[in-house]
Design a protein. Structure first.
Ligand code: FA5
Ligand code: MG
Length: 354
């Protein structure tokens, strides 16, 4: 189910010709700017910050757990509503299921909004220790730490009574403690010392649930969600006497801290001044902002026509205020506005505030 169908690559080659047919479905809310990101797979590029980070996390798991974690980084990002939501117990009326929050290809198919979409399937196949890395898609607000396409790494570990019984703890407390130790160890492996804190939170698929925040650019930045897996998920895959933990890392967020990258849009840049700063296996480098182009607003249309200049130019212009009025109806949502703005102006948009 999760393999990249051969047909998909043909479709990619035909510049989404066939997908355009799919997109005539009235339930499809995926704009071109998002479709064009499918298959980019930044996480599989060894010289890209996201790929370098993925490999560093692999190293941590390989050495800490002597290669016990199975790794997947090429599972197909278009998944069923069942995989994305039902299999991880997301309630029928949860906001994340709405057309406002998730990209639907048709009424039963979505661009996965998290790598948790693959948990149940891999459990059913018998995996008990695994990592899933992939691109995920969300209709979300826009700012320097939010982008509608980003990358996550899912981690999942199943315990048996032999694991927790000797400790004298119950399975859930044992798993929660092990989970925090594992992720704190990962943070030390990646960052050395860094200021971090745990926050209690809620996910439909874990209980208890936590988020880890790291202090970055004078703010607390949420870098991951995690918790002890709901028994129902294990039960459905035939595991009745087990306990498990799971986490979902935001790879861009971690890479921003690791490489000092100030804006999430930079990850999509093909500007050599960005790409040449990173190389395979190099964790220690800090991103050096490149010289900024200054020019008068009157030249902007020329610059805009060159994709190279697109991302870096306009933000350097002196502020220039323009008012625009919209008539809105009951269907208005902030995400719809963000998408219109993103569709027209692409990565030039730094932030949309309402
Ligand atoms: C989830 O997606 C859960 N599936 C994570 C999880 C897995 C919890 C397993 C428990 C067990 P959340 O929506 O909080 O959770 O996203 C996880 C991380 O992705 C966030 O902490 C953040 O680092 C990152 N993230 C979320 N939205 C964006 C975005 N728009 N742009 C960039 N990164 C994002
Ligand atoms: Mg969150």
């Amino acid at each position: 189910e999760s393999k990249w169908p051969k047909m998909f690559w043909v479709v990619m080659g035909l510049k989404f010709y066939s997908l355009d047919v799919v997109r005539d479905d009235p339930t499809n809310n995926v704009p071109d700017s998002i479709f064009s990101k499918l298959g980019m797979q930044l996480h599989r590029r060894d010289h890209h910050p996201i790929g370098i980070l993925k490999n560093a996390i692999y190293n941590y798991f390989d050495t800490t757990y002597s290669g016990k974690f199975d790794k997947f980084d090429n599972l197909f990002p278009i998944v069923s509503v069942k995989m994305n939501f039902d299999d991880v117990l997301v309630p029928e009326d949860h906001v994340s299921r709405s057309y406002n929050d998730t990209y639907y290809v048709d009424s039963q198919t979505v661009l996965r909004c998290h790598t948790s979409a693959h948990q149940a399937e891999l459990l059913r196949k018998g995996h008990t220790h695994f990592l899933v890395t992939g691109d995920v898609y969300r209709r979300d607000s826009i700012d320097s730490t939010h982008y509608p396409v980003f990358h996550q790494m899912e981690g999942f570990r199943v315990f048996t009574p032999d694991d927790w019984e000797p400790s004298g703890m119950d399975g859930t407390s044992y798993a929660a403690e092990d989970l925090k130790k594992c992720l704190e160890g990962l943070a030390r492996h990646l960052f050395g010392s860094v200021e971090m804190r745990w926050i209690d939170t809620y996910f439909p698929f874990t209980d208890p649930s936590f988020e880890l925040e790291i202090y970055f650019q004078e703010k607390w930045l949420e870098v991951l969600g995690c918790g002890v897996t709901e028994q129902e998920i294990l039960k459905r895959s035939g595991k009745t006497n087990n306990v498990a933990w799971a986490f979902g890392l935001g790879l861009e967020r971690l890479a921003m801290v690791l490489f000092d990258i100030p804006d999430i849009r930079l990850f999509w840049s093909s500007d050599e001044r960005f790409t040449s700063q990173f190389s395979k296996g190099q964790l220690g480098v800090k991103f050096k902002p490149f010289s900024k182009i200054t020019c008068y607003l009157v030249f902007a249309p020329l610059l805009l026509s060159s994709t190279e200049n697109k991302s870096y130019c306009l933000s350097q212009f002196p502020p220039c205020y323009k008012d625009m009025s919209f008539w809105i109806n009951d269907y208005f949502t902030e995400n719809n506005l963000c998408e219109i703005v993103r569709g027209v102006a692409g990565d030039l948009v730094e932030e949309v505030r309402t």
